[in-house]
Design a protein around this ligand. Structure first.
Ligand SMILES: *Cc1c(COP(=O)(O)O)cnc(C)c1O
Length: 424
């Protein structure tokens, strides 16, 4: 569900024509829909509230790494959304956007001492500890401050899932979390320390998961562990259920609804009496954004291959190159004529800079505008300036309003970040 629709023959983001926007802001540009972000948060909030008996006052903590633009975060902050963060920088972004420390979770496989100290100083809701070595360092950092931050142990339930091997995180061989037996021992060790306050368990098994079964299996592991820990006399009051629910990148793909997902969690945790947190990233942001791009030219080769060369490239949207990800491509103005197979590419000097092969598209010409759909998550956040291509601009739309929320840098601004060595 999103708010990118045709109006008067032109694709709009809510009330804003993408054709007009391309004229004023240029391309490539990410465009986000506030209404879509609000809708996704609202669906999850409503589902959680309907299952308050099983889920407690559930915290919906947006995974900041999916889209960390300050205006996107502030839009969610206004709704009461929390943040799942994986670096000091992301904690700083969440705070700057108005998300209070008590709604910020700090996760991540390699937090530095300085980052742990920063998180403690900011009074984050909880630090998710991902290894025995990290627990040792956290205890030392907290002892220095005479603090006792709330922690959850991130469990690796040996259930990996997700849309691609590179975005599976809960498998036995993946770098994330602590295996069940070790997590039990770690919880006991943490309980014995005056410098951390273990409050619960966390898991996050992967991303772009399109089947509830592996998520349900992981939640059951957390439930069983909670009961076992309590039987040993430990207090377990919170379960952080991670993110990972997939979105339909293909027009007709079926993915579980947020309501079914939350209802499943409620079923698994019924009667356990815990406070839950969910960490959706993709689910909140993917369909709330598009990448707007202009066709530079069409290369028709005598061997029959037809290349659609766009002004967006892998440095702007890395997912196809990194994960072979599929993004639907739509013309901003529908084009008449029979569909033709195109290889859709950017100008970067890498064969990996290919968005799609043999994609059937209506006949397109130089100057036409297109959008990559579902580009609001893991899009702009992964962009870079490879080939000295300025970072794509980002625009937030809200009804008929639009704001440039990250301007495209000028070349002077880009070069100013590289002071010349003094001897040159
Ligand atoms: C990436 C991540 C998420 C969000 O994953 P999505 O698939 O975008 O929902 C949630 N929690 C943690 C710990 C993560 O690393």
């Amino acid at each position: 569900m999103h708010h990118f629709d045709l109006k008067d023959g032109v694709l709009h983001a809510e009330g804003v024509s993408l054709e007009a926007l391309a004229e004023t802001v240029g391309t490539p540009t990410y465009v986000y829909s506030s209404a879509t972000l609000r809708r996704h948060y609202g669906l999850l909030r409503e589902a959680c509230d309907a299952h308050r008996d099983a889920l407690g006052e559930a915290l919906i903590a947006f995974a900041v790494k999916a889209n960390s633009n300050l205006s996107v975060l502030a839009t969610l902050a206004r709704l009461g959304c929390g943040a799942d963060t994986v670096s000091e920088g992301e904690i700083r972004r969440a705070l700057a956007a108005g998300i209070p420390g008590e709604r910020i979770i700090f996760s991540g496989v390699g937090k530095t001492d300085a980052e742990l100290a920063f998180a403690i100083d900011q009074g984050v809701r909880q630090i998710n500890v991902e290894s025995s070595a990290e627990l040792d360092r956290l205890i030392a950092v907290a002892a220095d401050k005479s603090a006792a931050p709330a922690i959850a142990i991130r469990v690796n339930p040996k259930i990996g899932a997700g849309g691609h091997a590179k975005i599976t995180t809960g498998g036995a061989g993946d770098k994330f979390g602590v295996p069940v037996e070790e997590a039990m021992a770690l919880y006991a060790r943490a309980s014995a320390s005056p410098h951390v306050t273990p409050v619960g368990l966390a898991c996050h098994i992967g991303s772009q998961i399109t089947d509830l079964a592996p998520l349900e299996a992981a939640f059951r592991v957390l439930r069983d562990m909670t009961e076992a820990l309590r039987a040993q006399g430990h207090s377990v009051t919170r379960l952080d259920l991670g993110g990972g629910l997939g979105v339909p990148y293909y027009g007709d793909a079926a993915t579980p609804s947020p309501a079914d997902y939350i209802a499943m969690a409620a079923r698994v945790l019924e009667g356990l009496n815990v406070e839950t947190a969910f960490e959706p990233g993709r689910l909140m942001a993917a369909n709330a954004g598009v990448l707007l791009s202009r066709v530079i030219q069409v290369n028709e080769r005598t061997d029959g291959r037809r290349f659609l060369v766009l002004d967006a490239a892998m440095n702007d949207l890395m997912r196809p190159a990194l994960y072979d990800a599929f993004h639907d491509l739509k013309p901003v103005r529908p084009v008449e004529g029979e569909a033709l197979p195109y290889d859709v590419v950017g100008p970067v000097c890498e064969t990996g800079d290919t968005f799609a092969r043999d994609r059937d598209l209506p006949p397109l010409q130089a100057g036409d505008l297109v959008v990559f759909m579902s580009a609001g998550a893991y899009g702009a956040v992964m962009s870079g300036e490879y080939n000295t291509r300025p970072l794509a601009a980002e625009v937030l739309v809200d009804g008929a309003r639009q704001a440039v929320i990250r301007p495209r840098p000028t070349y002077d601004e880009m070069f100013a970040r590289e002071p010349m060595a003094g001897w040159l």
